[in-house]
Design a protein around this ligand. Structure first.
Ligand code: NAP
Length: 283
C-alpha cells in the first residue's frame, strides 16, 4: 500500500494570536490546492519562545510565522537567518529543515513591495523620495524594503524622534530624519507616502496630516488594514492620488511562507481577498 501523503502543520506564534487572519488565509490555500495540512494559532506567552521553537521540531511542524512580541527574539534563536532578517533584527517566518534546524527570514518587506506592485504595476522604488511616517516594527520592514528597492531618499518622521534616529543609525543609507511637526512640508516632491503609525486604525484617531504639498502622482500607502480604507487613504483618493491599503502586505507576506512549508506558491484570488475583507468589514 502506498504511504499516505504526509500531513504538514504550520502555525502562528504570537501573543495574542486569536485576532489573526492567517489561519483563515492559509486554511483557504490548503483547501484550494488540496494539500493535507493545517495552520494553527499558537499562543506563546512572553518568555516561552525558546521552548516553543524546540516544540516545533519535536512536534514535526513544517515551520511557523512569528508575530508580536516575538519577532526580535526569534531572530536570535534560530540556527540561520536570511540577509533581510539579519538587517532588520527581526523575523516573521521559520522553516524547520529536514535535519531539525531552524531557518528564519523576514517577508514583511517583501509583502509590502509586492502589494505596491500588485496595485500599481508601474511603481518603481527609485521613482523619487519616499516619506515614511512611524518608526515601529512595521516601519522597519517598510524602510528596509524601500532602500533595497533603490529609493533615492527616505524621509523618516516619528512622533518620538529618537526612535526614527535609531532606525537611521541602524540602517544607514539614504534615511533623513525630519521632525514630526514638519510632516506637512516633508511631503513636497515625494513619490511615495507610507503611514506605518497606528493612527487611523479602528479605535484610534485619524492621522493628522495636510496633503497639500504632496504631488498628485505620489502613491499613498497605509499599512493599517483595519479599516480597509483608513482616513489617510480616503483623503488621498479624494484628491486623485493612487492608493494602496495594508491588506495586500498581509496577504503577500504569506505567499512565500506557504510555499516554504507546503510546496506551492499560492495565488491571491479575488475570492480570497473578499473572504478576508469580509472579516474586516465593509469600507
Ligand atoms: N499590513 C500589514 O501586514 C502590517 C504589518 C505590520 C504592521 N501593520 C500595522 O501597522 C501599524 C503599526 O504597527 P507596528 O507593529 O509598527 O506598531 P508599533 O511598533 O507599536 O509602532 C507604532 C507606531 O505608531 C506611532 N504612534 C502611536 N501613536 C501615535 C500618535 N498618537 N501619533 C503619532 N504616532 C503615533 C508610534 O510612534 P512613537 O514611536 O512615538 O510611539 C510608532 O511609530 C498597526 O496598525 C499594525 O496593524 C500592518
Amino acid at each position: 500500500m502506498a504511504e499516505p501523503k504526509p500531513f504538514r502543520v504550520a502555525g502562528l506564534i504570537g501573543w495574542p494570536v486569536a485576532q489573526s487572519r492567517s489561519p483563515l488565509l492559509h486554511g483557504h490555500w490548503l483547501a484550494q490546492y488540496g494539500i493535507a495540512g493545517a495552520y494553527v494559532p499558537l499562543a506563546v506567552a512572553p518568555g516561552g519562545l525558546a521552548d516553543a521553537l524546540r516544540g516545533l521540531v519535536a512536534l514535526g511542524f513544517a515551520g511557523a510565522n512569528v508575530t508580536v512580541p516575538h519577532k526580535e527574539e526569534a531572530a536570535r534563536l534560530v540556527d540561520r537567518i536570511d540577509a533581510v532578517g539579519r538587517r532588520m533584527g527581526a523575523i516573521n517566518l521559520i522553516v524547520v529543515e529536514p535535519d531539525g534546524t531552524l531557518s528564519g527570514s523576514n517577508k514583511d518587506g517583501y509583502g509590502f513591495v509586492e502589494s505596491l506592485r500588485e496595485a500599481h504595476p508601474a511603481w518603481r522604488g527609485d521613482a523619487g523620495p519616499a516619506v515614511v511616517l512611524g518608526a515601529g516594527g512595521g516601519a522597519r520592514s517598510v524602510v528596509v524594503s524601500l532602500l533595497d528597492e533603490g529609493a533615492p531618499g527616505v524621509r523618516l518622521l516619528n512622533r518620538t524622534r529618537a526612535r526614527a534616529e535609531r532606525l537611521r543609525d541602524e540602517f544607514g543609507g539614504a534615511i533623513e530624519v525630519i521632525d514630526w511637526d514638519a510632516r506637512d512640508q516633508a511631503l513636497d516632491g515625494a513619490a511615495l507616502l507610507v503611514n506605518t503609525t497606528t493612527q487611523g486604525m479602528t479605535g484610534q484617531p485619524a492621522l493628522e496630516i495636510g496633503l497639500d504639498a504632496l504631488p498628485r502622482s505620489a502613491v499613498v500607502c497605509d499599512i493599517v488594514y483595519n479599516p480597509l480604507v483608513p482616513p489617510l487613504l480616503a483623503a488621498a483618493r479624494a484628491r486623485g492620488n493612487p492608493i494602496v491599503g495594508g491588506l495586500g502586505m498581509l496577504l503577500h507576506q504569506a505567499r512565500p511562507a506557504f510555499a516554504a512549508w507546503f510546496g506551492v506558491m499560492p495565488a491571491i484570488t479575488p475570492d480570497l481577498r473578499a473572504k478576508i475583507e469580509a472579516t474586516i468589514g465593509a469600507t
